[in-house]
Design a protein around this ligand. Structure first.
Ligand code: CUA
Length: 177
């Protein structure tokens, strides 16, 4: 079979592009831990405020008895609650997101924080901010007229300057006095 040399050349170019894209996906997954969400956990979105975990008092940053830092944020038209959290740099963090109404999304550029927040599900992400700074966070799924104004702010401070909130939680997200 005769293949025109020019056609062959373009064939190689296409193979190189496919190889490059595959390499980007593999490197992102293995090195940067950017993966599709795989954590499936359901929750009753209409009763979030009555749930133990996402009740108003339990939102924001909490440290459990083992010292694990957990951040819980509720997304609802048109805001994130709480709108601002402060976390330490260079520390493993677990973020748990829940929607109180419709589909929302979050994306923090240059981090693995990228997920949809589906009503009825808890979106859980583990991340670690290497550097202190201000990380503005926007809703990235169209959720209605106020979508453009739906944002939150994650402030990352140096580990040694971060103080755990006074409120602590026992396992299971229950607050106790
Ligand atoms: Cu919430 Cu767009």
């Amino acid at each position: 079979m005769h293949i025109d040399p020019l056609e062959k050349k373009w064939g190689y170019v296409i193979l190189a592009i496919v190889g490059l894209l595959t390499a980007i996906i593999v490197i992102d997954a293995l090195v940067h831990h950017i993966n599709p969400p795989s954590h499936v956990e359901t929750i009753d979105s209409a009763r979030l405020h009555l749930s133990e975990e996402f009740a108003e008092d339990n939102l924001g940053v909490q440290v459990d008895d083992k010292g694990n830092i957990m951040v819980r944020i509720v997304a609802g038209r048109y805001g994130f609650y709480p709108k601002q959290v402060t976390v330490p740099s260079g520390t493993p963090l677990t973020f748990r997101w829940a929607s109180m109404d419709v589909l929302h999304g979050i994306h923090l550029p240059m981090t693995n924080m990228n997920t949809m927040i589906l009503p009825g599900y808890v979106a859980e992400l583990k991340t670690d901010f290497p550097k202190p700074g201000n990380y503005p966070l926007l809703c990235n799924e169209y959720c209605g007229m106020g979508h453009d104004h739906m944002w939150a702010n994650i402030t990352v401070v140096a580990k040694e300057h971060w103080a755990a909130p006074v409120k602590t939680t026992s396992k299971g997200g229950r607050s106790h006095e």
